[in-house]
Design a protein around this ligand. Structure first.
Ligand code: PMP
Length: 310
């Protein structure tokens, strides 16, 4: 999650002592959920993760998130200790233990405990944990007035260095960009790739609308294949938009009719200004608002149902 969230009910809510964490096959209390200082997830960022959301007892796109987790792990040659089905059950079990119907779920698999060298062969068993917590909502203002973005000097990781399609525990590329946006007093950062094409924000994909067509960068420029991104493209096609996955520069963003970001936590959030260029004074624009409304309708139809209470 990259945009600064608003914590529903105040900070204290996130520190609920009764919270149960799934850790390597057991549900343990929050203060007992600890991993080794020799874990390569901590020492080297060697691991993968997913951020998932549940809405009124529906885990939105759970199977797709688990699939993406397995794909990231496959490329890293990291063996996930559970099958996809078992992992699905573990997520549901954790939500039930915490009686959470609306939740933000963090699924993490690290390389596990090793020695101080980086060789993953020294790590005998991956470590898997699942945190489910109350959902953190973004300020209403973001959705009603739009975000102000800035292009930052840090470029997105080169796909042949650390492919942004892998959702790994190494998020420093994104964190550096976030720091630059923070330092400049903007809500979010846009990262370009080494060729100057727009990639994405620090934890959200980017879209623009021009003359009724919807544009978003293709995965090969260096982005995470966002699950929200896929849903939005599908909805847009159904609504009759031309959807284009083509590289574009900042100029296309500056001159767009509407711009918005997508992500699991943010859903669809409109953008009002980029590098001090006004994009849309009536934020969210008409077409973005339409996609936002359609997205909300999709949530109850596309996920794994569970009963957290009773
Ligand atoms: N890009 C990056 C870098 C991300 O970390 C995320 C997830 N927070 C996204 C895009 C959006 O992906 P999703 O819609 O699957 O949450």
């Amino acid at each position: 999650m990259a945009l600064t969230p608003f914590i529903k009910g105040g900070e204290g809510d996130l520190n609920t002592m009764g919270l149960k964490i799934y850790l390597n096959g057991k549900l343990v209390d929050r203060d007992k959920a600890v991993v080794s200082v020799f874990d390569h997830g901590l020492l080297y960022g060697d691991g993968v993760f997913e951020g998932i959301r549940s809405y009124d007892g529906i885990i939105f796109k759970l199977k797709e998130h688990i699939e993406r987790l397995f794909q990231s792990a496959h490329t890293l040659m990291l063996e996930i200790p559970l099958s996809k089905k078992e992992l699905e059950r573990a997520v549901v079990e954790t939500l039930k233990a915490n009686r959470l119907e609306n939740s933000y779920i963090r699924l993490v698999v690290t390389r596990g405990e090793g020695d101080l060298g980086l060789d993953p062969r020294k790590c005998r068993k991956a470590c898997l944990f699942i945190i489910t917590d109350k959902i953190m909502l973004y300020p209403k203002d973001y959705y009603e007035k739009g975000l102000k973005l800035i292009t930052v000097p840090t470029v997105r990781n080169h796909p042949e260095a650390l492919n942004p399609q892998l959702k790994t525990l190494n998020y420093l590329n994104n964190i550096l960009a976030k720091i630059e946006a923070n330092n400049s007093g903007f809500d979010e950062a846009i990262l370009l790739n080494a060729q100057g094409y727009v990639t994405e924000c620090t934890g959200e994909n980017i879209f623009f609308i021009k003359n009724g067509a919807l544009w978003t960068p293709p995965p090969y420029v260096g982005i995470l294949r966002g699950i929200t991104r896929e849903v939005v493209m599908r909805i847009a096609r159904r609504l009759g938009f031309t959807v284009l996955e083509e590289p574009f520069t900042r100029h296309e963003l500056y001159t767009a009719d509407e711009v918005f970001l997508t992500g699991t936590a943010a859903e669809i959030v409109p953008v009002s200004m980029i590098d001090n260029r006004l994009i849309d004074e009536n934020c969210p624009g008409k077409l973005t608002a339409r996609l936002m409304a359609e997205f909300k309708k999709t949530i109850p139809r596309e996920g794994v149902r569970y009963k957290a209470k009773g």
